[in-house]
Design a binder for this molecule. Structure first.
Ligand code: DHB
Ligand code: FE
Length: 285
């Protein structure tokens, strides 16, 4: 039986990818951001998953604004880094896991979450920047990755409650896969940021830290927070945080098991316009 052993949460910011790709990561501004991931890189070496189920959002890159699926699962054998206007990032292609993807799609759709099936797609900074933060500059990513894209770009976006429940369904799906493999689930995007309008540049440290506290200790209560609170408190792009509830919903305590262990927590302001939050939760043995 496949099992989930950890969940990883991290912000994504295109400028973080650019800092790495353009050799600026040792500059003091970026050092402060990357310092929060030193522990994580070591942890990642010691806790190697067979597959990463990576929840992220596409930024009108693969889907454009012509078609916007609410939840979309990548079922391809591989995904190329997308060209977001400056050429594709010089990072490895993402190798998929079509067999596990197909199984999860079957199981989750039978649990009444209608997923869009993506057989061909390029992946943008929403997916590649979290991989870079956790694994650095490598020739290939350490394991297959299943991209799971969530619409947080155009309203209506899914509620926190639906995201948490979807995470629970993903856990059931993974646990019903026959092969004995170890899966990590990642929730990415956020934390507070707003890229446009009169409130551009908004950061809310108090909200972000309360979000981290509640994600750890009160995910069910946090799932009840309405969209308007994300937007008011964390800015228009702060809504990316609902994706963290998908990964959190897949942890065992929400299926009656013990609380997860907080292996690492980091918060730093700013990276570009964004508050960077990062958590690693391990399943208790
Ligand atoms: C920034 C943050 C994002 O989440 C994003 O998708 C694009 C830009 C930023 O802070 O610059
Ligand atoms: Fe974003």
């Amino acid at each position: 039986m496949a099992r989930i052993t950890a969940s990883v949460y991290t912000s994504h910011v295109p400028a973080i990818g650019a800092a790495l790709d353009l050799g600026k990561s040792s500059e003091p501004y970026w050092q402060k951001v990357f310092s929060g991931y030193h522990f994580s890189k070591q942890w990642a070496k010691e806790h190697k998953p067979d597959v990463i189920f990576l929840v992220y959002n596409d930024h009108a890159t693969a889907f454009s604004l012509d078609m916007i699926p609410t939840f979309a699962i990548g079922t391809a054998a591989e995904y190329q880094p997308a060209d977001e206007g400056w050429g594709p990032r010089p990072v490895p292609k993402v190798v998929g896991h079509p067999q596990l993807s197909a199984h999860i799609a079957q199981s989750v759709i039978q649990q009444d979450f209608d997923l869009t099936i993506i057989n061909k797609m390029d992946v943008d900074h929403g997916l590649t920047v979290p991989l870079s933060l956790m694994y650095g500059q490598v020739d290939q990513w350490p394991c297959p990755v299943i991209p799971f894209a969530v619409n947080v770009v155009q309203y209506p976006v899914p509620s926190g409650r639906r995201c948490l429940n979807l995470g629970k369904a993903i856990r059931k799906a993974i646990e019903s896969y026959d092969e004995d493999i170890n899966v990590h689930i990642w929730g990415t995007g956020g934390m507070s940021h707003q890229l446009q309008g009169p409130r551009a540049g908004l950061i809310n440290k108090e909200f972000d830290n309360a979000f981290l506290d509640r994600l750890i200790a009160d995910p069910d209560g946090l799932a009840g927070m309405p969209h308007i609170d994300y937007v008011r408190e964390a800015g228009s792009e702060g809504i990316e945080l609902v994706m963290w509830l998908i990964a959190r919903g897949a942890m065992g305590d929400l299926a009656g098991g013990p609380a997860p262990r907080v292996a690492h927590r980091f918060y730093h302001v700013p990276a570009s316009n964004t508050a960077v939050g990062h958590l690693i939760l391990e399943e208790s043995k």
